[in-house]
Design a protein. Sequence first.
Lengths: 124, 124
Amino acid sequence: MEKRRDVFQAIADPTRRGIIALLAGQSMTMNAIADYFDTTRPTISEHVKTLIECGLVVIRKEGRERHCEAKLEKLAEVSDWVAQYAKAWSKTLDNMETYLLEVSEKQKKSKNAKSENTRKSGGK
Amino acid sequence: MEKRRDVFQAIADPTRRGIIALLAGQSMTMNAIADYFDTTRPTISEHVKTLIECGLVVIRKEGRERHCEAKLEKLAEVSDWVAQYAKAWSKTLDNMETYLLEVSEKQKKSKNAKSENTRKSGGK
DNA sequence: TGAATATGTAGGGAATTCCCTACCTATTTA
DNA sequence: TAAATAGGTAGGGAATTCCCTACATATTCA
């Protein structure tokens, strides 16, 4: 019964991409997430579980609540995979480059004393 | 029973990602593709069909042969989706930026044959 | 403590996925 | 033209996915 739990599989489902979109803005409880969708709470719970299992979401317990936080570093696996084929479509490439440059410029300016990124949550 | 045929679903399958990897280098016939995998030819044929249906592959007929070509612009849908969350993980962001800059430099200047693949071999 | 709240999970059903073995058509070649 | 070659597709089976309705557990509140 071993299911395939990789990031590619995780983001294949539209509802899970929706959950990611929600959590990217702020962390939310299970119920709050479920309110955004037509499906039932248990179903959302399962989707979040899937996201947790592949490292895209972590849970912060707070009393009886579970606050779900996006942990989107794992999406790097996807962008790495796509990036190796980026040379095939230069137009999009330029857009992306521009976007990324812009974002990282902002980051470099705003944070100076923070340069450790050595996480090891679910790493492989 | 309409199946969901979107790019996210298409790249969720490891074999289909393998086919994309193959076709990114050069176009190949169905049989040639099938030779690279353990699965049977009909199975590969189905996978390619899926890729065609979501626009990642096109077919050029040549006699009784079907030459499959990668048409990876559609992957932009994926990279766009990922890019909107890129600000969340700066480390990977830098890698990506570096990579993309490098690639586009090559494009802007000229076509030099320089292939350093800093791929991580630890697939799964 | 008992009720309400937040969430997890079991069990199951319908649809889909992934793979296989035939079998069928189209094209090339002997 | 018959045989070989390239490829498509039907039919089916096993596993997985996605969703649901109970039901169970933990925490907070009255």
